[in-house]
Every structure is written in C-alpha cells, then in structure tokens.
Design a protein around this ligand. Structure first.
Ligand code: HEC
Ligand code: HEC
Length: 269
C-alpha cells in the first residue's frame, strides 16, 4: 500500500515557501530531523537522529509517521499526566530519545529553544492541509495488538539475543553500536550514544512495536509479534544513559509494566 507521501516531501524543494522568516526554520527543522547530532549539538547527547526512528523524515507508514499529526495537539499525555503541545512533545524527544541530559552541561531544551521551534515548523509544514483534530489513519500504528502482548516477565531475552544476531547484527553490529550502510547509519541500540532510559523506545512494548513494523530495514513486517517482543526485551535489558528526571514521570499514575528501567525508581511493594 503506497500513500502519496511515501515520496519524501522535501521542504527545500517547496516553491511555495517564499517568506524566508518561515522557510528557513522549516528547512533547518528538516535538517535537524535527519542529522540531529550535527545540526542540534546543543541539545543532543547521543548519536541517534530523529529519522533513525521516524523513517523517511517522519514520512513512512508504520515507521512512526508524523505526517498530519500537528492538528492532534494539545493532547493528554499519560507520562506527564497533563495536556501537552506539539513543542512539549518535541522537547521530550530531545530530552529522552536524543538524550539531551547526557551532554554534561545544564542546557536543556525548552519549548522556546530555536531548534525545537525549527522542528516544530517542519512538523507543522508536514501537516499542511490536514484538518485540526482529525486523527490520521497511520498514526499510532507501531503498536502490537494488546491481546498479542506477552507479560514482560515471560519474554525470552535469550531468544531475542539469538534473533538479534541473525536478523539485526549485520547492520546494527554485534556490539549494537550501528554500522554505516551507504548514506544511512543504523543507530546505536544501547550504550552511551543511544536513547536514554526515559525514552519511549526504552519501553519494551513500544520498542517491540517499532521493530515489528519498521525493521529489519529491508524486510519490515517479517518478524512475528513474539519475536519482536523478545528482541525488544533483549535490547532494553542493556545499559543506556539514565534520564535524571524519571521520578517526575507518571505523577500519581501507575508506571506501565513495560517501562522496565523505572523499576529501580518505583518503591517495591
Ligand atoms: C529512539 C527512537 C526515537 C527517536 C530517536 C525519536 N523519536 Fe519521536 N517518537 C518515538 C516513539 C517510540 C514515539 C511514540 C510515542 C511514545 O510512546 O513515546 C515517538 C513520538 C514522537 C512524536 C509524537 C507523534 C504523535 O503522533 O503523537 C513526535 C512529534 C516525535 N516523536 C518527534 C521526534 C523528534 C522531533 C525527534 C528528534 C528530535 C524524535 N522524535 C526522535 C521514538 C523516537
Ligand atoms: C539492512 C540493515 C538493517 C537491518 C538488518 C536492521 N536495521 Fe535497524 N536500522 C537500519 C537503519 C539504516 C536505521 C536508521 C534508519 C534511518 O536513519 O533512516 C535503523 C534504525 C533502527 C532503529 C531506530 C533506532 C536507531 O538507533 O537507529 C531500531 C530500534 C532498529 N533499527 C532496530 C533493529 C532491529 C531490532 C533489527 C533486527 C530485527 C534491525 N534494526 C535490523 C538498518 C537495519
């Protein structure tokens, strides 16, 4: 199934963008999206770009597509237990997926950071023509059906390790640190250059949903629900940078069972 936007929409080729005051941030936001560590070094602690997880710059189905999503914000966010705006969401991606807190400085992204506003401009541009409040059909499609989820304690990380060696290591490396393939770099899946332990991808089921539909890169959809979960259990048992504000997440609410790195922080019953 091919949707029109599977051909990358590239703002640098959009002739309607004539006002440089808006066009420049949109184009920079696009460049930040595809090469985050170099274009936004101030707010990036690792070596993963937004495009690593949101394939085709947020324009591939079943790869955390971001086309047309701007009109869904503000939206209630379970982790924050409040409404969040699209810039709030982008700040969270920098803090967690990009491990902004791992840079050894106190500089943190805010909704007013110029990088965040540029990415916001790019994502709003990707949503031009889509109605406010209309949930695009391709949104939230990187999730394994609830009745196919295995309890986290029953997942087989050893089996996941074997599958990783077979299906993933050729591109992501036996050490998980990623390999350059042409103009693409498969990103680091664990270790100091990866996303931190407060990221969405640090949740076992969330990561399994990415893997299930977006990976392996050349044959997405070829893993079973169970295999994707076992591989995610293996990857999210590995060390990764600590998100220092985990104790502020899910205030007054239950920490989801697959948020495995939060266990140490939640007092045992
Ligand atoms: C390590 C993988 C990863 C990286 C890198 C990443 N994201 Fe995400 N992103 C996710 C996941 C997973 C979700 C789904 C929500 C969740 O459960 O956290 C998401 C959700 C989002 C959403 C909300 C989508 C919606 O439909 O509500 C936006 C916007 C977003 N990311 C933007 C970005 C931007 C901008 C960057 C780079 C600064 C980035 N992401 C980097 C994994 C990633
Ligand atoms: C043919 C090479 C290839 C194989 C095999 C492959 N990947 Fe990837 N993977 C990539 C590339 C390339 C990217 C980055 C995509 C981009 O930047 O456009 C990526 C991105 C990812 C990401 C996003 C985060 C990051 O750090 O890059 C995850 C998670 C991931 N792959 C997991 C897996 C898993 C698990 C397997 C095995 C089931 C796998 N991949 C197999 C090439 C591959």
């Amino acid at each position: 199934m091919v949707t029109a936007w599977q051909v990358p929409l590239d703002p640098t080729k959009d002739k309607t963008l004539t006002d440089p005051k808006l066009a420049e941030p949109i184009k920079w936001g696009y460049r930040i999206f595809i090469d985050t560590p170099h274009e936004a070094p101030r707010l990036t602690g690792g070596k993963v770009s937004c495009i690593n997880c949101h394939l085709n710059a947020g324009q591939r189905e079943r790869s955390l597509a971001l086309v047309g999503i701007a009109g869904m914000f503000p939206e209630f966010n379970n982790r924050a237990q409040r409404l969040i705006s699209l810039p709030d969401r982008i700040v969270d991606c920098f803090l967690r997926s990009e491990n902004a807190t791992g840079r050894g400085t106190d500089e943190l992204p805010t909704t007013g950071s110029k990088e965040v506003l540029a990415v916001n401009a790019y994502l709003a541009w990707l949503s031009r023509g889509y109605a406010m409040g209309a949930n695009p059909g391709w949104r939230n499609k990187n999730a394994i059906a609830p009745d196919k989820l295995t309890p986290v304690a029953k997942l087989d990380a050893r089996k996941g390790e074997g599958l990783y060696a077979e299906r993933c290591a050729s591109c992501h490396g036996a050490d998980g640190q990623g390999v350059q393939i042409g103009d693409k770099k498969a990103g680091p899946l664990w270790g100091p250059d990866s996303w931190n332990d407060g990221a969405g991808a640090a949740r076992v089921y969330t990561l399994a949903g990415i893997i299930r539909y977006a990976m392996p890169y050349l044959s997405p959809g070829s893993l079973t629900d169970e295999e994707a979960q076992d591989i995610a259990a293996f990857i999210n048992a590995k060390p990764r940078p600590a998100y220092p504000f985990k104790a502020r997440d899910y205030p007054g609410a239950k920490v989801p069972a697959d948020a495995v790195y939060y266990r140490a922080e939640t007092a045992p019953q």
